[in-house]
Design a protein around this ligand. Structure first.
Ligand code: NDP
Ligand code: 2IT
Length: 448
């Protein structure tokens, strides 16, 4: 029985010893546990159930070989994974990422975060994450399709509508989900809702493509409203040029924001005139070509290209990091603070380093963590699961309303749980609100 009070340093050092070298996972856990210790220490049932120890150990991790041939008939091998982190409140749910940086530590951090995020949506979904260290840049459509098919040759054994329902993430969009879904049907002879983010013609949901980016901006608007402010007229810096970044830019512009940057892995563009819908459409079309760099934007429009740089030196009122983990470090945070940035909303998962978060907290900059602000995507995935179970489709208007309601609820629940003497700590609010739901379900299920 583990009923003695939890000591933060002792807990974290034991976790590190048990998971050597998993730096991204340690970072994610280190940023959550300090907020949970007071709750656990005042709740004997949580301590008795060893809740923190169990919550930081995935239910299981599947790792497998993915073999495929390129267009020259040369054979390749990649490593695929599915981390099934926690199923206390529902089947495992979370994206698949194809990127050379993918490893067990990255997927454990993402699965851990996803467990809290999914609880915050109010929908019955556990946490999971998966992917492969496959680099699709420069690969032909056929090569990517063969990779997706080979990946599903193993993944199909581990997923199912009541077990685990993956979706997309970096480099996995509607197209890749379609190829994986096709292979799942071929192997199993079942048309089942085993993936979300599908095309509209085969069980996909309206609004899923837009949901994460739109939700990020809706969360920003709620934060501003909570602080008697609004988005109209604000200058906004966004990183990334993929699904989350472009739809965040779209809704920000639609609401009167002036978005002046986007970025990719090669640099960023600074458009002093601000993005427009036409420019965003151009970016989406351009970036859909394998390996295309944003640099071409500066030739197409009146903008500057900054190779190998991040956009955090550009003066703004709000910044939305929407590319990848740890893309906003201490130097970037200092530049944003010095230039008067008042609010940061994470569109990506853990894009802000611990040091940068500390700097924002010290400077009194409003900060929304990804597990709350980017939950709109998985929330609409949850609605796609319900539609598939009922073999029906909800209208775009209904889903747009549902997304708005869910983002409002997530904001309000985080603001309530994160109330401080003189304001709101959204990070603590998200950690505590997400945790309680999962912890109560784990306690109710008992220990085998
Ligand atoms: P995409 O693949 O659509 O876009 C990713 C973007 O990030 C691209 O512009 C890419 O540049 C850039 N990027 C990727 N890796 C790096 C890197 N190491 N350094 C700099 N830039 C990089 O992915 P998404 O937009 O779907 O995902 C972005 C983030 O949002 C991720 O953290 C993801 O986990 C998170 N997220 C996604 C959700 C979704 O529904 N898609 C839901 C919630 C969170 P390049 O083109 O040069 O590779
Ligand atoms: O990080 C995320 O929330 C996602 N990549 C979306 C997961 C999902 O199942 O829709």
């Amino acid at each position: 029985m583990s009923s003695s009070k939890i000591d933060l340093d002792g807990f974290l050092s034991t976790l590190k010893d048990r998971t050597p070298g998993e730096n991204a996972f340690h970072q994610a856990v280190n940023e959550v546990i300090p907020d949970l210790i007071p709750v656990v220490n005042e709740t004997p049932a949580y301590r008795d159930a060893a809740i923190l120890e169990r919550l930081t150990e995935p239910d299981r991790i599947v790792s497998f070989r993915v073999e495929w041939r390129d267009d020259d008939n040369v054979a390749h091998v990649n490593r695929g994974y599915r981390v099934q982190f926690n199923s206390a409140i529902g089947p495992y749910k979370g994206g698949l990422r194809f990127h050379p940086s993918v490893n067990q530590s990255i997927l454990k951090f993402l699965g851990f975060e996803q467990t809290f995020k999914n609880a915050l949506t109010g929908l019955p979904m556990g946490g999971g994450k998966g992917g492969a260290d496959f680099d699709p840049s420069g690969r032909s459509d056929d090569e990517i399709m063969r990779f997706c098919q080979s990946f599903m040759q193993e993944l199909h054994r581990h997923i199912g509508p009541d077990i685990d329902i993956p979706a997309g993430d970096i480099n996995v969009g509607t197209r890749e989900i379609g190829w994986m879904f096709g292979e799942y049907r071929r192997i199993t002879n079942r048309f089942a809702g085993v993936l979300t983010g599908k095309g509209l013609a085969f069980g996909g949901s309206e609004m899923r493509t837009e949901a994460t980016g739109y939700g990020v901006v809706q969360f920003l608007c709620h934060m501003l409203a909570e602080h008697n402010d609004q988005i109209d007229g604000k200058t906004i810096v966004i990183s990334g040029a993929g699904n989350v970044a472009t739809f965040a830019a779209e809704l920000a512009v639609c609401n009167g924001g002036k978005v002046v940057t986007l970025s990719d892995s090669k640099g960023f563009i600074h458009d002093k005139n601000g993005l427009t819908q036409d420019k965003i459409d151009w970016v989406r079309d351009h970036k859909s070509k394998p390996g295309a760099s944003l640099e071409a934007y500066a030739d197409e429009f009146d903008a500057t290209w900054h190779a190998d740089k991040t956009p955090w030196d550009v003066a703004c009122d709000a910044a939305l990091p929407c590319a990848t983990q740890n893309e906003l470090g201490e130097d970037g945070a200092k530049a944003l603070i010095d230039n008067g940035c008042k609010v940061i909303v994470e569109g990506a998962n853990m894009p802000t380093t611990t040091e940068a978060k500390d700097a924002f907290r010290e400077a009194g900059v409003l900060f929304a963590p990804g597990k709350a602000a980017n939950a709109g995507g998985v929330a609409v995935s949850g609605l796609e699961i319900s539609q598939n179970r009922q073999r029906r489709s909800q209208s775009r208007d209904d889903l747009a309303e549902a997304l708005k309601d869910i983002m409002q609820d997530i904001h309000d629940n985080c603001a309530e749980a994160g109330k401080t003497g003189d304001g709101v700590d959204y990070t603590t609010g998200a950690n505590v609100a997400g945790f309680k739901k999962v912890a109560d379900a784990m306690c109710a299920a008992g220990i085998a």
